[in-house]
Design a protein around this ligand. Structure first.
Ligand SMILES: Nc1ncnc2c1ncn2[C@@H]1O[C@H](COP(=O)(O)OP(=O)(O)OP(=O)(O)O)[C@@H](O)[C@H]1O
Ligand SMILES: Nc1nc2c(ncn2[C@H]2C[C@H](O)[C@@H](COP(=O)(O)OP(=O)(O)O)O2)c(=O)[nH]1
Ligand SMILES: [Mg+2]
Length: 207
């Protein structure tokens, strides 16, 4: 163990506590319905839901100096530094490792490198749920969500940036994992329950 690793939360090595954890990546564009489906998975299957965006928003709400820097990036719809978000996810996973039946990682990886680093420092996913909706659908859902979400990034210009970044950086993540045969594509155009029936089939195919 190198210097700085004595706390047990060492970002540079795999954690023994997490080595047997079941890991599901939930990938899709902004507004595709990742958060909505994750809530339903938790209700039925009892997994632990970790949303990268929620972890970051909690840090922003804490008012910390780091939170202020993150807020400026998120308001523009850009990606925060890889190490920051990966360490936050790893710490949250370790905190739940002894009681969790498995982890839903929502909003991460956003780019292929994030996936590679996650696997080096945490572990490999057994499933990638690809929540697929058309750009117009995502745009409409986000504009509607923006009426009540209070999220500073649910605004027309930032939504446009987030969608562009999704197609450029995140879609390649799906192709990367397709090569391993762990991707299940979910058609997210229908109602929440229609989408969930596909999601449930994918989860049950694991057990
Ligand atoms: N894995 C990540 N890497 C880098 N930045 C991230 C990551 N996850 C979230 N962020 C930052 O937090 C912001 C909000 O992310 P979040 O996942 O909540 O929103 P989103 O992509 O619009 O998805 P959704 O609205 O579908 O939940 C992103 O625009 C980005 O600035
Ligand atoms: N019609 C329809 N609307 C949906 C579905 N899933 C989510 N929504 C709505 C609820 C939200 O206001 C918005 C974005 O959903 P979200 O769960 O926050 O998405 P995400 O940004 O976490 O991917 O879209 C869905 O499956 N069908
Ligand atoms: Mg979300």
């Amino acid at each position: 163990m190198g210097a700085g690793c004595s706390s047990g939360v060492c970002p540079s090595r795999k954690s023994d506590k997490l080595k047997n954890s079941k890991i599901i990546f939930v990938v899709g564009g902004p507004g595709s319905g990742k958060g909505t489906q994750c809530e339903k998975i938790v209700e039925r299957y009892g997994f632990t839901h970790l949303s990268s965006g929620d972890l970051l928003r909690a840090e922003v709400s804490s008012g910390s100096e780091r939170g202020k820097q993150l807020a400026a990036i998120m308001e523009k719809g850009e990606l925060v530094p890889l190490d920051t978000i990966l360490n936050m996810i790893k710490e949250a996973m370790i905190a739940k490792a002894s009681t969790s039946k498995g982890f839903l990682i929502d909003g991460y990886p956003r780019e292929v490198r994030q996936g590679e680093e996650f696997e080096k420092k945490i572990g490999a996913p057994c499933l990638l749920l690809y929540i697929d909706a058309k750009a117009e659908t995502m745009l409409m859902r986000l504009i509607k969500r923006g009426e009540t979400s209070g999220r500073s990034d649910d605004t027309a210009q930032t939504i446009k940036n987030r969608l562009e970044l999704y197609y450029k950086a995140t879609e390649p993540v799906i192709a990367y994992y397709q090569g391993r045969g762990i991707v299940r594509k979910i058609n997210a155009e229908g109602s929440v329950d229609e989408v969930f029936s596909q999601v449930a089939n994918a989860i049950e195919s694991l057990q």
